[in-house]
Ligand binder design. Structure first.
Ligand code: PBG
Length: 327
């Protein structure tokens, strides 16, 4: 036989050779860890659809943040479960709101931890939608003012980054202007620029108690069938002054992660959402897959696709696994 072909296997011969040609690396420094915070007392309650993820009351919170910090994870994103909800989501922008109190507490105890505030109303409204409601519809422009007000109150409490997840048109410029006028021109916006109306958010809505009381979010979150629309959303947010762009969910949307990275060149965050986490946990607990290997393979695929950062419920586990692998 006289065949001509390339010998790709040469570079796969040994662990050392494979390591040398590895193109993508995963580090604890790439992760952002989500934390759910309640107004109860003495509470650390596991979310039933998200094993290993808990809701913390303020008095139990510092131990969790300390663990995150020790693992080398640079940032957390906070989600609140307020006692009081109303039509306008007033606890989202209350100076004593659960997120504002948690932020103050964390920044005092852990000044180096980057605290990202999720800026949205759905956890704080009694109807569970991300903006104000009129005649069963979510109002756009009227919601922007409250979102800007929420962002300012979060930064007043010490938030380092504002992450608006509400998907109203114009939210980046409204929040940018609100922050600038309040003297916070130095605070970056990590925009949920490309957020699909996804069934993968199910477990999060259990964790944050934020399912919409009626209807769905399809008039403001995107249709999973659309790619060009994602690029339009991303470019609007770039024009309006976003500093980071989030693509959410991550796994079924890695094509979008790559394209948004190529088109914008901004730091891209892949949000590895609750349903993506729950599936791996459940299959792992059943012994159907190797949880650790599958989770790490998914995370590396997000970086390979172009994500600079990964927002993931696996952050603590993955940081531990990476430490073990390097020992
Ligand atoms: C709030 C928000 C949601 C998620 C993050 N911020 C839920 C939603 O849009 O209903 C989902 C995150 C996840 O599933 O992990 N707007």
């Amino acid at each position: 036989m006289n065949l001509e072909f390339k010998r790709h296997r040469r570079l796969r011969k040994s662990p050392a050779m494979r390591k040398m040609v590895r193109e993508t690396e995963l580090n604890a420094g790439d992760f952002i860890y989500p934390i759910f915070i309640t107004e109860e007392q003495g509470e650390k309650k596991e979310v039933s659809s998200m094993p290993g993820v808990f809701q913390f009351s303020l008095d139990r919170l510092n131990a969790e943040v300390a663990e995150v910090q020790e693992l080398g994870i640079p940032a957390i994103i906070l989600f609140g479960l307020p006692h009081h909800k109303d039509e306008v989501g007033s606890q989202a922008y209350a100076s004593q709101g659960v997120i504002q109190r948690a932020t103050r507490q964390i920044k005092q105890a852990f000044p180096d931890m980057i605290v990202i505030a999720d800026t949205c109303l759905c956890e704080f409204t009694d109807h569970g939608h991300c903006g104000l409601i009129e005649d069963g519809d979510v109002l756009n422009d009227e919601s922007l003012e409250l979102l800007a007000k929420t962002a300012v109150s979060q930064v007043e409490a010490g938030a380092d980054i504002i992450a608006p997840s509400n998907m109203m048109d114009g939210f980046v410029i409204a929040i940018r202007q609100g922050l600038d006028e309040a003297g916070y021109a130095h605070i970056p916006i990590m925009s949920y620029a490309v957020k699909y109306a996804s069934a993968f958010y199910g477990p999060f809505r259990d964790a944050a108690n934020s399912a919409p009381a009626f209807g769905d979010r399809k008039t403001y979150q995107m249709d999973p069938a659309n790619r060009e629309e994602a690029l339009r959303e991303a470019s609007s947010d770039v024009e309006q002054g976003a500093d980071f762009l989030i693509v959410k969910p991550a796994l079924s949307y890695l094509d979008i992660v790559r394209e948004v990275k190529n088109e914008t060149g901004l730091p891209i965050v892949a949000y590895n959402v609750s349903g993506e986490y729950a599936m791996v946990k459940a299959a792992g607990q059943n012994g159907w897959i190797d949880e650790r290997a599958v989770a790490l393979e998914k995370l590396i695929s997000m970086k390979r696709a172009g994500a600079d950062l990964i927002l993931t419920y696996f952050a603590k586990d993955a940081a531990r696994w990476l430490l073990e692998a390097n020992q």
